[in-house]
Design a protein around this ligand. Structure first.
Ligand SMILES: NC(=O)c1ccc[n+]([C@@H]2O[C@H](COP(=O)([O-])OP(=O)(O)OC[C@H]3O[C@@H](n4cnc5c(N)ncnc54)[C@H](OP(=O)(O)O)[C@@H]3O)[C@@H](O)[C@H]2O)c1
Length: 263
């Protein structure tokens, strides 16, 4: 499959491109924003914390990139509406939406096992990692449809793959300890597939991405296979797909190449 770069994305094209990355104040979201900005794309760094969001923007603008802060708490309906209004007024369209913001399981003693996870924990994960992703996408979709080549990237995980998780030898196979997170990412994958089908006759492409285990703040210590730079690359690739690129697919990377993940 294609190497992890954007061969057809030339500089003149990217000058007018606008990308919104949710949860971009740290972790993979920030690195995705940085790599997109490096391609000449104007990036909107969505963050729920104004100070952290503006600090992240400064880290990019001080390197000469074009970046703006967008206040966006994906769990807050009013915040989503305000963010859409701001992008509409200032830019009038959106080319790329990266649904990156999410909550990940912490090692804080909270029970996530299928037999013990509480309704509260399930609600929290399904709200942020699924319902809020749908809400953000629905709210920004009219702006994405105004792009000549809209791209929606849903940050999923191999843990959201029923096939991979059910493999006996997979690290999530023998002890499925993270039902809340896994179910939220599986639901997000279903959103990818159904939305891609709904938009099949448009120029908008929708894909799920598995960044692979990446050593961010959220990941458990010493489990990251990828550097931040590597982890962000599949999402950047999906954000920059040309018109012949796939839609309704699930990708990860292996040895610098995109590979398809099973659902
Ligand atoms: N790291 C991995 O190994 C790995 C593996 C597979 C998939 N992923 C996926 O990759 C994405 C990024 O992961 P990461 O490791 O970079 O996570 P992270 O370091 O914990 O960053 C998560 C980001 O999401 C933001 N966020 C959480 N809830 C939010 C809300 N309600 N509104 C707005 N922003 C919110 C956080 O903001 P605050 O700073 O305000 O908390 C933070 O910016 C996630 O979708 C994750 O599921 C990661």
């Amino acid at each position: 499959m294609n190497p992890l770069h954007c061969p057809s994305f030339n500089f003149m094209e990217t000058l007018q491109k606008l990308a919104l990355i949710t949860g971009a104040n740290r972790g993979l979201g920030f690195e995705i924003a940085r790599q997109l900005a490096q391609k000449g794309i104007t990036v909107l760094l969505g963050a729920r914390n104004e100070g952290a969001g503006n600090d992240a923007v400064t880290r990019l603008t001080s390197q000469g990139y074009t970046a703006h802060f967008l206040l966006l708490d994906i769990d807050d309906t009013a915040s989503i509406a305000n963010a859409v209004a701001e992008v509409t007024t200032k830019f009038g369209k959106l080319d790329i939406l990266v649904n990156n913001a999410a909550i990940l399981p912490r090692r804080d003693g909270t029970v996530h096992s299928p037999s013990g996870v509480s309704q509260d924990v399930l609600n929290t994960f399904l709200q942020t990692n699924f319902l809020s992703q749908v809400a953000v996408t629905q709210a920004f979709l009219p702006l994405v449809k105004l792009s000549t080549a809209g791209r929606i990237v849903n940050m999923s995980s191999s843990i959201g793959s029923v096939t991979i998780t059910s493999e006996p030898l997979h690290k999530n196979g023998p002890k499925p300890a993270t039902l809340a997170y896994a179910a939220s990412k599986a639901a997000l994958n279903m959103f990818t597939v159904t939305l891609a089908k709904e938009l099949a006759e448009t120029t908008v492409k929708v894909n799920s991405i598995d960044p692979g285990l990446t050593q961010t703040e959220a990941a458990p210590p010493n489990v990251g296979d990828n550097s931040m730079e590597q982890g962000a690359r599949p999402a950047v690739w999906a954000a920059c797909l040309d018109e012949d690129g796939p839609t309704g697919s699930f990708f990860t990377h292996h040895l610098q190449h995109l590979v398809t993940n099973p659902w």
